[in-house]
Design a protein around this ligand. Structure first.
Ligand code: ATP
Ligand code: MG
Length: 515
């Protein structure tokens, strides 16, 4: 029996799925070409952000839709494309390849592999530009995203679905914080996407090898556009990364995306705009540079439970010049994000690394997502540090200090040292609880300032080797009980007595820990 209906349906499906051949699609001609920009006439049904195809297989992005011509930027082959070449519309805006397969891979902003490994099998794509989730679709930021960095998790906590800016001069450890955060997501069930925008290829290679060696590529995708890539690719990279992040978020997963960095992104966009002869505004950036970043960062969200509860946590990075956070791009991005981690070269050079300026750094929504245990114990930290810094500046002018002031100064200096942290040395929540408890107790008075760093490391090792039961007792989601605090301090005292005490020979032994 022949099923006529089935045949009819089949034919209909084929007709609907058919794509017109190039010749049948609208066709125009290039009338001017230079610096990676082409002007095309004869194309009338082109959308903003539509992908155009040029004879020879080159592709361009339509950005200026004018009355009688179209301005488009080329993704490649600007030396091969010339006046008179035919241009075809595709009817599609730019799409990014998405799928689980991209994890562990390095791709360009169009989703093509750059790592020389196998081609992708996935045929799923998502539009690079996509509306941000609406207000009703959003949930509350209530789950912490642990960075593993004590200074950040204790004082500038980040929640899943938050946008936290890392800002600072060049070479102040901005990338290091982002990479450490990715490494810390190893067993946290968070998918990571690292978007490199206009970076040196050598820096990117270093980051990738770090991620590989630490086994972090299993859950990470790197979207790469290096400094020598065409400007349109650098412009697209963050949006492509975000499209990939959305793919996972709408499946209910948690995603962390790092944009390294948005200053270079703004510069790429400025280059494109100037070449397209758009009017220039402040610092020669075009007028819509705010929208450039706001529409990107608004796509980071925590979805409501009805929408699956997925999240995108965005960590954009912005580079400042000589610490000037009131420049155009920094102020824009600061006003879009939910807080910033401000890094200072002065601190960095004096050895305080990560060089977080606690006074200028904030997290506007992360507080409610911070773990109860850490929040409870680090509440006073920020105030104490601020007091210490003020006192330290004031005391530069005088030398006669009473005992109380000396104590405050010495404790502040030791706390600052405790907050120093080597790269790739991530603390677990329990490590942090131990360090915060000890460093805010009277026990620190017995540790010489120079030994604080080795003491902290030694203490954590000592607990891991000899006192594992302490870690099984600590519940990171509960406020530390007085009993556990006492236990931590007793262990710390034991460690002081058996290591520092012996070494120093002159430390009083048997000072009792406060309860
Ligand atoms: P750029 O402006 O070039 O992108 P950046 O601000 O991203 O620089 P990084 O590349 O992260 O800075 O770090 C600069 C240097 O400082 C690197 O050599 C890095 O190894 C070192 N560094 C960063 N953080 C720390 C740290 N916590 N402890 C020790 N060294 C660090
Ligand atoms: Mg960097």
């Amino acid at each position: 029996m022949i099923d006529v209906n089935a045949i009819g349906k089949g034919i209909l499906k084929k007709i609907q799925g058919a794509r017109p051949e190039k010749e049948e699609r609208a066709c125009g001609k290039i009338i001017a070409s230079g610096d990676g920009v082409v002007h095309v006439t004869g194309l009338h049904d082109v959308k903003y952000n539509e992908l155009l195809e040029i004879k020879g297989g080159y592709r361009a992005l339509a950005l200026n839709l004018e009355h009688d011509s179209i301005g488009a930027v080329l993704f490649s082959g600007d030396d091969k494309v010339g006046c008179g070449d035919y241009v075809y519309s595709t009817g599609e805006t730019v799409h990014m390849r998405v799928g689980e397969e991209l994890l562990g891979r390095i791709v360009d902003p169009l989703g093509e592999p750059l790592d020389g490994l196998s081609e992708f099998l996935t045929t799923e794509y998502r539009p690079v530009e996509f509306p941000a989730p609406s207000i009703m679709d959003r949930g509350k930021v209530n789950t912490p995203l642990q960075t593993g960095i004590l200074a950040i998790d204790s004082m500038i906590p980040i929640g899943r679905g938050q946008r936290e800016l890392i800002i600072g001069d060049r070479q102040t450890g901005k990338t290091a914080i982002a990479v450490d955060t990715i490494l810390n997501q190893k067993n946290e069930n968070v998918i990571c996407i690292y978007v490199s925008i206009g970076q040196k290829a050598s820096s990117l290679a270093k980051i990738i090898s770090t991620l590989r060696n630490a086994g972090a590529m299993d859950y990470t995708c790197v979207v790469s556009s290096t400094a020598d890539d065409p400007v349109p690719l650098q412009y697209l990279a963050p949006y492509s990364g975000c499209a990939l992040a959305e793919y996972f978020m709408y499946q209910g997963k948690d995603v962390l995306i790092v944009y390294d960095d948005l200053s270079k992104h703004a510069v790429a966009y400025r280059t494109m705009s100037l070449l397209l002869k758009r009017p220039a505004g402040r610092e020669a950036y075009p007028g819509d540079v705010f929208y450039l970043h706001s529409r990107l960062l608004e796509r980071a969200a925590k979805l409501s439970e009805e929408k699956g509860g997925g999240s995108i946590t965005a960590i954009p990075i912005v580079e400042t010049l000589a610490g000037d956070i009131s420049a155009y791009i920094p102020t824009n991005v600061i006003s879009i994000t939910d807080g910033q981690i401000y890094l200072e070269s002065e601190l960095f050079n004096s050895g305080v690394r990560p060089a977080v300026n606690v006074g200028l750094s904030v997290s506007r929504v992360g507080g409610s997502a911070q773990r109860t245990s850490i929040r409870n114990i680090s509440g006073q930290l920020r105030v104490n540090l601020a007091q210490y810094r003020e006192l330290a500046i004031f005391m530069q002018f005088g030398s006669d200090l009473d005992a109380e002031t000396q104590k405050t100064l010495s404790r502040g200096a030791k706390m600052t040292t405790t907050l120093k942290q080597r790269q790739y040395l991530n603390y677990s929540v329990k490590d942090m609880l131990v360090l915060l408890t000890v460093s805010q107790s009277e026990l620190v008075d017995r540790i010489p300032e120079k030994k604080v760093e080795s003491f902290n490391e030694g203490l954590l090792d000592f607990i891991r080797v000899n006192k594992q039961d302490l870690y099984t007792e600590i519940d990171p989601d509960q406020k530390l009980s007085a009993d556990i605090k006492k236990k931590i301090l007793l262990i710390a005292e034991e460690y002081i007595n058996c290591s520092m005490g012996v070494e120093q020979g002159n430390l009083p032994i048997g000072v009792h820990a406060e309860a």
